[in-house]
Design a protein around this ligand. Structure first.
Ligand SMILES: Cc1ncc(COP(=O)(O)O)c(C=O)c1O
Length: 410
């Protein structure tokens, strides 16, 4: 399954490795950072002030390569809320600089120009850059939907089309559709992937995990449904993070986890760490500390539920407004998005901009995407009526211009 780079790379025994060996020494003359000589940070007073209740050492000194061990353990525990994930043999989550970085590590480790990369259609556009362009691989797509359901049969047909090594992205809840299938549909897809000929790397992009607004949707991560898959043929990789799950967008804390027995997990972890070392090196310690302290607090569930309730309220308001205006969307039930079908997405987007309303055009699927993550419930109705008006405006026949040479300006 490994790419050429994935096969070649291993974690170097340079400064970080030797500094890690010396972490508990009496005199530590290894690492190029400035301390008081006893492990304490020497910090500018203004920075100390800005750190508030964070310990300076936990914010300004270098983080361990691969992420702070305490955060990695805490995130593994967070993931284990999902009993299937808890049961799966998996590596300790490796800290990455947001989910995008986790995807780019996956790409470096598993994608070569001849690898067949399969992403859902519609999908988050950055997969093409991250998994395709950077590695010179052509990105194909599989249809996410067949009517209102997960396109399991179509996905099976797409997979069977050729026998090259494959990297397949499964993103549920999906961006940009805001769709999560039922448990049964998701299980059927897992079965298709489990029985597909390998080598197959299944990347479960769990960015929006836990953001479901309807009953009877897949509960937990798709990664858990691949538990126990034949490791000779299929490697499941979980990409998740604090970005959306903890609403910590700017902290840039993501995670990369492999479904593998300990020996293999150790090798993959070593290689992933090596890729990270060669690109961004260690990740922001401050971001990691924020996430760790957030995960540790007893009120996390209650505080998170309060924001989830806000999102659920916006979702319901959006559904109601769309019904009132008779707008058609791809099926949406989760995440922060609705993909509304329009005949001329770019023209509608431009018209909305003139009206002071921002949306994203997806011309390739004839739609515009509304993110209710960033629109208050009070504004949702206006957003939808502006959209309906823009659609009507764009569809209006253009008045035939006069050809009277006298009346025409020169
Ligand atoms: C499906 C999906 N995956 C990954 C990401 C990237 O997350 P991050 O901002 O942590 O890099 C996003 C961000 O919008 C996303 O929608």
């Amino acid at each position: 399954m490994l790419s050429g780079l994935g096969r070649r790379i291993s974690y170097p025994s340079g400064v970080p490795a030797q500094a890690a060996d010396a972490r508990h020494t009496r005199i530590n003359a290894t690492i190029g950072q400035v301390t008081d000589g006893a492990g304490g940070a020497l910090v500018l007073p203004r920075v100390r002030e800005l750190l508030g209740s964070l310990e300076a050492e936990d914010a300004v000194l270098y983080a361990a390569q691969g992420g702070e061990p305490s955060l990695r353990a805490a995130w593994a525990q967070w993931q284990a809320r999902d009993p299937r994930v808890a049961r799966a043999a998996r590596s300790l989550p490796l800290v990455t600089q947001g989910l995008t970085h986790a995807l780019s590590i996956v790409s470096d480790l598993f994608v070569d120009p001849e690898t067949r990369v399969l992403v859902p259609e519609p999908c988050w556009g950055n997969y093409r850059g991250c998994l395709g362009l950077r590695r010179g691989a052509a990105v194909d797509s599989y249809p996410l939907l067949q009517g209102d359901r997960l396109a399991v049969d179509e996905i099976a047909r797409t997979l069977a089309k050729d026998s090259r090594p494959k990297v397949v992205v499964v993103n549920l809840p999906s961006n940009p559709v805001g769709f999560t299938p039922t448990q049964a549909e998701a299980e059927a897809l897992a079965e298709v992937l489990r029985s597909a000929p390998g080598p197959l790397v299944v990347v479960c992009d769990d960015a929006y995990l836990g953001m479901g607004w309807e009953p009877d949707l897949l509960q937990g991560s798709f990664f858990g449904l691949l538990e126990g898959a034949d490791p000779e043929r299929l490697l499941a990789v979980k990409v998740d993070g604090a970005t959306k799950e903890l609403f910590l967008f700017g902290a840039r804390v993501g995670f990369l986890t492999f479904h593998a027995e300990p020996e293999v997990a150790a090798v993959l972890e070593d290689k992933a760490k090596a890729v990270a070392r060669a690109t961004v090196s260690s990740m922001s310690r401050m971001g990691q500390e924020l996430v760790l302290q957030t995960l540790k607090q007893a009120e996390l569930h209650t505080q998170r539920e309060a924001i989830r309730r806000v999102l659920a309220g916006r979702y319901r308001a959006l559904r109601a407004a769309m019904e009132a205006h008779d707008l058609e969307a791809y099926p949406f039930n989760s995440g922060f998005f609705a993909l509304v079908k329009v005949a001329e997405p770019e023209a509608v987007r431009r018209r909305l901009l003139e009206r002071g309303v921002g949306v994203v055009a997806f011309p390739e699927v004839g739609a515009v995407r509304l993110s209710y993550g960033s629109v208050s419930e009070a504004d949702v109705t206006e957003l939808v009526s502006e959209l309906a008006a823009a659609i009507a405006h764009v569809a209006r026949p253009v008045a035939t211009p006069s050809h009277d040479p006298v009346a025409s300006p020169s």
